[in-house]
Ligand binder design. Structure first.
Ligand code: ADP
Ligand code: MG
Length: 374
């Protein structure tokens, strides 16, 4: 059984800095091993240019073993003799972790011969790497040309959550989108607008909407190349778009600065909006109260800095307290809910950063499309 997981964890000093992706992968592997499968696990780690030793998956074998509750063998390469001989030694119910698939540039190139070599290691392909499924790489997509492909448990959980939030939402359906750049999320905004009852915007992204309305934005982060897109999104939104009415400003994006709350349409020169203000928090709370479904992506302020985290904390708290179905996704958003002590209080926290965003854009992800075809 050849299983693609996303074990692309942050590493520090040769060890695993945050093992949430290992924990998320464990149920599928446990399940397969318990049923007596010979479980061969492949994953990427980082973006190695060649065989960078710092990006070896070897240190993860022990961690994975602990989470799964079984020994995990390791093969020094994902194809060739090290892989085939390790697979030959593997017994029913045992696990084998293959070395970083990205040590071979053929993985990202979705090279057919490389995919065939990977596929030759197993008899069935299980894609459990939701977080890598927006990539048409050999270990995610290519192998499915040679093996019957199925979804793993993490993949199924991610898809069920997205389906519930996007396709069969209990109404009212409210989305909160924040973060730095509108250009990276304009597809998400458009797609969500076709579904939601209200779209609340925070973060630096709001500045671009402010400027597009002709409001002064001081020294705040604005994407001047996205002003037309902001205008189009606002027009398309009808009355669904909710922008902050006030903002917390400082002169520099750093701790210890003097703070001032300003009306969103009156930000003074040299001051920058770094969080949503108290009236906006009240307005967002009001929209979130009674929501049947909430989708949240993007901190509404610079949540990494304590002084500018109040808005994200308050909005996160309001979503966490909601009786509706609550879906949270995005790398920085998930980091923020963990740092702010809100983890464990949402219906679903997605493990897919970029993959979740592409799904929220309404795109078909290649690593999921192959499962539908199978
Ligand atoms: P995610 O990874 O969850 O999709 P993003 O990457 O889009 O989220 O956005 C997170 C980033 O946006 C953080 O680095 C945060 O500091 C930044 N950000 C949020 N609000 C502001 C703001 N008002 N000014 C500058 N940066 C901001
Ligand atoms: Mg991010």
């Amino acid at each position: 059984m050849l299983v693609r997981e996303d074990l692309n964890v942050p590493m520090k000093d040769g060890g695993v800095a945050d093992d949430s992706r290992v924990r998320a992968a464990a149920p599928t592997l446990q399940h397969l091993a318990r049923r007596g499968a010979r479980v061969i696990v492949m994953s990427h780690l980082g973006r190695p240019k060649d065989r960078e030793p710092d990006l070896s998956l070897k240190p993860l074998a022990a961690d994975l073993g602990k989470r799964v509750g079984r020994d995990v063998q390791f093969a020094e390469d994902c194809v060739g003799e090290p892989a085939t001989s390790a697979v030959d030694r593997l017994q029913s119910g045992q696990l084998l972790l293959l070395e970083n698939v990205r040590y071979h540039k053929e993985d990202e190139a979705n090279d057919a011969a490389f995919a065939r070599l990977l596929a030759s290691l197993g008899d069935i392909f299980v894609n459990d790497a939701f977080a890598a499924s927006h990539r048409a790489h050999a270990s995610v997509v290519g192998v499915a040309a040679y093996l019957p492909a199925y979804a793993g448990e993490l993949m199924l959980a991610e898809l069920a959550a997205l389906h519930r939030a996007l396709d069969t939402p209990k109404r009212p359906m409210v989305a909160v989108v924040g973060g730095a750049k509108i250009s990276t999320k304009v597809g998400v905004l458009r797609h969500l607008l076709s579904r939601v009852d209200a779209l609340l915007i925070g973060g630096a992204m709001a500045n671009t909407f402010f400027k597009a309305r002709g409001w002064p934005t001081g020294a705040g982060l604005v994407e001047d190349t996205a002003l037309d897109e902001a205008r189009e999104v606002e027009k398309m939104a009808g009355g669904k778009l909710v922008l902050p009415v006030d903002v917390v400003t400082a002169r520099k994006m750093q701790p210890g600065e003097a703070l001032r709350v300003m009306d969103a349409d009156k930000v003074e020169p040299e001051w920058m909006a770094l969080d949503i203000g108290p009236r906006s928090i009240a307005q967002f709370r009001d929209k979130l109260r009674g929501a049947g479904t909430v989708i949240w992506n993007g901190p509404v302020g610079v949540a990494e800095i304590k002084e500018f985290a109040d808005g994200t904390r308050a909005v996160g708290e309001a979503i966490a307290s909601s009786a509706g179905y609550t879906f949270v996704g995005g790398g920085d958003t998930v980091a923020a809910i963990e740092a702010l002590g809100l983890a464990g209080r949402f219906s679903h926290v997605s493990t897919g950063g970029g993959a979740t965003l592409e799904y929220l854009e309404g795109k078909e992800l290649p690593g999921i499309a192959i499962l539908k075809d199978a």
